[in-house]
Design a protein around this ligand. Structure first.
Ligand code: PMV
Length: 327
């Protein structure tokens, strides 16, 4: 295949999971939204055969014939950058090319806080590399990004890559027909970072063990989660924030039973509810990471200042409707 350019630039949004995390891995629906925080990837082709990946999160590595070479960063650098390298090498091998590429990642969200930064990096990287050859196709990009993301955790539902590629608010199901949701109202969420980096892989494995050891309880929780998700879909379409908030609290209780919450997360959720949030829950794998709170406009300032007073960082987020952008 012929190169049609030597520089490329793409960006993909981070995400929140409103309903259904973990259960989505086993075939339930989930409701996901992409948010107005992006991961930008720009790259330059060179004449070496080395792939160099540099991130604004302070890590850099190069790969020569698949061999990892740490340039800057800690012990987790390889785990973070391997999927990105896989995105690059897969596309190059599919396009029967073997040139060098220098890649710069710029993320507006930290790694490991449940906002899907690694999926967004994979989506934007696949798109940027493939755009060197032709106009990229979103479905193809998403499928290839999921494959690389499965290096991080092999059971990935694929939801993070899907929402990051297509954007908006989505009623998602693994291996099925996902659909866009029209929200009657503008939903405003506050995202609060616990400051504890989580490992999605470990949390997904712990839920897998729970499912195995507590078969009938897991089945019950899973069926409640599916009901909650369906009710949430109709609450969003009706613009019923009160109901939506209540369903978020119920969803959080299921996550507590799965064992992915902890005292700190629960106390942050209580702060939000006590100060006027309609509902709050873990978003993503849990065990740290982030929580989201659905907040009526009148209470936004109060909740943000209470969160700050308790020593946590909050991010106000709007839903992003663009998804992947190849610039
Ligand atoms: O915490 P995150 O952003 O990695 O989200 C993981 C979401 C899970 O449902 C726990 C796993 C998955 O593959 O859907």
């Amino acid at each position: 295949m012929i190169l049609n350019k030597t520089l490329a630039d793409a960006s993909a949004p981070a995400k929140i999971i409103l309903f259904g995390e973990h259960f989505v891995v086993y075939g339930n629906h989930a409701i996901l939204a992409s948010i107005n925080k992006r991961i930008n990837v720009n790259l330059r082709v060179n004449k070496t055969r080395i792939i160099t990946i540099r991130s604004n999160l302070g890590i850099t590595a190069s790969y020569a014939d698949s061999r990892f070479n740490l340039i800057k960063g800690g012990e987790d650098t390889k785990e973070i950058l391997d999927p990105i390298y896989k995105c690059v090498s897969n596309v190059l091998s599919l396009r029967k090319q073997s040139f060098g590429i220098e890649i710069n990642l710029h993320s507006q969200v930290p790694y490991g806080i449940g906002l899907g930064s690694s999926a967004a990096c994979c989506v934007a990287t696949v798109a940027a590399v493939d755009s060197l050859f032709h106009k990229p196709n979103r479905g193809w990009i998403c499928a290839n990004a999921v494959e690389s993301e499965r290096l991080i955790h092999k059971d990935s539902s694929g939801g993070d890559c899907y929402i990051s590629t297509f954007g908006g608010l989505i009623y998602y199901i693994r291996n099925g027909r996902s659909k866009k949701i029209k929200s009657k109202k503008n939903l405003t969420f506050i995202i609060i970072n616990t400051g504890v980096v989580h490992s999605t892989k470990e949390l997904v494995s712990s839920v897998k063990r729970f499912k195995y050891n507590e078969r009938s309880l897991f089945k019950k929780l899973s069926s409640c989660a599916e009901d909650i998700c369906q009710n949430a879909l109709s609450a969003i379409s009706r613009g019923d924030d009160k109901k939506l908030g209540k369903l978020m609290n119920e969803n959080h209780m299921l996550l507590q039973q799965l064992g992915v919450s902890n005292k700190e997360i629960d106390s942050m959720i209580n702060i939000c509810i006590k100060n006027g949030a309609s509902g709050a829950k873990i978003t993503g794998a849990g065990g740290g990471g982030s929580i989201i709170a659905l907040v009526p406009n009148d209470y936004k300032t109060k909740i943000i200042s209470e969160i700050k007073r308790n020593g946590y960082e909050s991010i106000s987020a709007k839903i992003d409707y663009d998804g992947l952008l190849v610039h």
